[in-house]
Structure formats: structure tokens, C-alpha cells
Write a new protein. Sequence first.
Length: 273
Amino acid sequence: MGEWRGAKPSSPKRSRPFANVGATSPVKLTLPQPFQFSGDHLMIELPGARALFTTRRGGVSRGPYTSLNLGFKTADSRDAVAANRAALESDLDLRLAYVRQVHGNRVIAAPVDGREAPEPPQADGQATATRGVGVAVLAADCLPVAVASEGAVAMLHAGWRGLVGGVLEQGVRAVRELGGRGPLHGAIGPGAGPCCYEVGEEVHAAFADRWPQARRGDNLDLKAIARAQLVEVGVAEVHDVAMCTICSDPGLFFSHRRHRGVTGRQAGVAWLS
């Protein structure tokens, strides 16, 4: 288990102190193995790949978007978001590819140069078999989920609609179609936890037949559903960082629910190692 009292960079690249991010006291975090700290962010090694889940630390945005807001579809300054994306690319030494997310199940192969088109394609996941390209999704309570095997990796955006629609299965299919070989491993990043994710009866009904154990009173365990779905489609090992974006220290993650929609977006990024 790793313990975090401040930023612990995994390379000589610049890092920023991770203290006093909340209202009253410094943060002390412990991550489940094999997750580790990489600067201000959370990282995991997967077969032939790495996945990084950003926090809200280390950017230039202000106000409710402080500070590493990566979402252009917010009311934040476009220049600030562009600067944040450029800084993340520089820190990771990758060309990052983004999509326009719609809570669906479409997963695409990222462009080989990793560059975002003038109008990003509509999808809720990307896969790549190209080194130097990082596939990214944005989230602020939905789950960022990485799937990897030797030779290919995907990053998926999984809210309740995406889980109903089979976005994780489509992600596994995309990894295999790009030549991913050997056992599949998955990683579930920070997102709404069963402690906080209250939903209506129509949402519970969408999962009641196949995953009734995911209901916790009025709350829903999205991560339990994601884990079960990944196992069902052949993922051999699933790791969960076990962090809730809604009730974690507000200086750690953006949360659409906690901040009533006025907030930024963090990212899940995956690439071949």
C-alpha cells in the first residue's frame, strides 16, 4: 500500500506539493496496490501499458475549475483549458487524443498521430496500438476505465448509461481488434462511489435483473457493476482505486454532483509502455 503526504513524482519532471488541498488540513492518502502516485496524479502499470487518472491539481484554471480542468465543454476559459491540456501532454510526453463524449457505447481507434480533429469524433472510449499516443476520456463522477493487454490499450468513459449500453464490452472488443494479445487487465479510476451515488428507480431498474447486488438502498454501486461486466467479457484481473469523487477531499477531484454541475473535468489517460 502506498501512502501520500505530498507529491511523489515517478520521474524527474516537475511536480507540485500536494498539501492543503482541502478546506482545513493537508491530505494523507493511501492507495491500494498496484496503484501508485505520479506527481499529483494516480497511476497504474498494466500489461504492456500504463494508465493515469488525473486529479484537479497542477493547472492554471481558477474559481470552480481550479486548477487542472481539462474539459472544453465547461464555462472555464478556453485558453486555460488549452494550457492545462498542453501541460499534461508535456508531463506525460504523449500526444493525447480526446473525443466528444455522449454517454453512449461507441469506442473508436484513436488517430495514429494522436491529434484531436477540429470537431472531435463522438464516442465514449478510444483504443490505440500506437506508441506515443495517449487515449483520454474526461469525467467528473462517471468512471474512467482502462483495459489493456500486450500490444493495445483502451480508455473508456462509463456512466450508468454507458454501462447499460455495453461500453466496457466494446472497449474489450476494440483492444482485441487492434491486436491486443494475452490476458486482459482493467483499472477503474476515481468516480462516484456506492457511498454517495443516489439514483432514481428507473436507474435501479436498468440493472436490477443482472446486478441486483449493486443496489445499496437508494444508492448504486457503479464500480461493482463495472467490475462484474469486465469479468464477464474476459478481463482476467480488475483493479479499483476505490476513491469516490463525490465525498473525497474537494481539492482532489472535480464532482458534477458535489458542485451541482459547476465544475471541471479530470481525465483518464492510457498508453502503451
